[in-house]
Design a protein around this ligand. Structure first.
Ligand code: 23J
Ligand code: MN
Length: 260
């Protein structure tokens, strides 16, 4: 057996000892996009326009133009996305050091709680309970909230907007400083359309996950799926956003490496 860790890695991938799980939603016109109150600017939905398909416009080639907001579908949030993170060095999609796009994940399964309460909020107590079983959330880890929310395939059910705003689970305001400061995580990931809970615009501070995570130079992942295929601990996430110059985020093909 080679002692070169990359050789071992290549062999483990080809033998299936390491599996790759796709944590990304398909990107298409129907992909759910965050809806903010009407006084705020709007993010474009995903749109695909054919340039040619082996036809008079291009006899041997198929290709498309596409457009969308940076925060469309499964996507990466950079610290520059929020006013609290605007002054960090290397805080945008093009300048974050690429080593940070590989990091371990802790998966907190609260799918049962969320089935009973779509406004469920994850608190430090849930993390401490998880740590009693699985060990400490190590510095530099992602914390992913498994809710099974992504099983809501219909965009209206996924966004779950009522008269008083969206009802989607997320982190409790007290959880954010706990994860950012006491655990020094790399970021937070949700199955919902954004990293914050649906009612987070009412929280103090508003949008505490965006405000607190990016205010601590941490990242976000939103609209994740297939978290039910991950172990509580041990997966490595691969999360490179597009290299948009001064980008606040980007659609992202989020992958998890797992060893069975
Ligand atoms: C802008 C304002 C509020 C929110 C968001 C963006 C997102 O969720 C996002 O995708 O970053 S809550
Ligand atoms: Mn976002």
């Amino acid at each position: 057996m080679s002692t070169n860790v990359l050789n071992q890695f290549a062999r483990a991938l080809s033998s299936g000892a390491i599996r790759v799980v796709d944590l990304s939603q398909p990107l298409e016109a129907g992909t759910a996009v965050i809806q903010l109150p009407p006084e705020f600017g709007k993010s474009w939905p995903f749109r695909l326009e054919e340039i040619s398909k082996y036809d008079s416009r291009g006899p041997a080639w198929y290709w498309n133009n596409f457009s969308c907001g940076e925060h469309t579908g499964t996507h990466f949030d950079a610290p520059i996305h929020w006013v609290t993170g605007k002054d960090y060095a290397n805080n945008a999609t093009d300048t974050i050091s690429v080593e940070k796009f590989f990091a371990p994940a802790c998966v907190i399964d609260v799918s049962r709680e969320v089935a009973a309460d779509p406004d469920f909020l994850l608190t430090p107590k849930h993390i401490v309970e998880w740590e009693q079983k699985h060990g400490r959330v190590e510095a530099g880890s992602w914390v992913l909230m498994r809710t099974d929310w992504s099983k809501r395939k219909d965009a209206a059910a996924f966004l779950n907007i009522k008269e008083d705003g969206a009802h989607v689970p997320g982190p409790h305001p007290e959880l954010v400083p706990f994860l950012a400061k006491e655990r020094d995580v790399i970021g937070w990931g949700s199955e919902g359309v954004g990293t914050d809970a649906g009612q987070a615009f009412r929280f103090e501070p508003p949008f505490p996950c965006h405000s607190g995570m990016h205010g601590s130079n941490k990242f976000g992942l939103a609209s994740l799926t297939n978290l039910d295929q991950l172990p509580p601990k041990g997966a490595i996430l691969v999360t490179p956003p597009l290299k948009i110059v001064k980008g606040s985020g980007s659609p992202c093909r989020v992958l998890a490496l797992i060893q069975d």
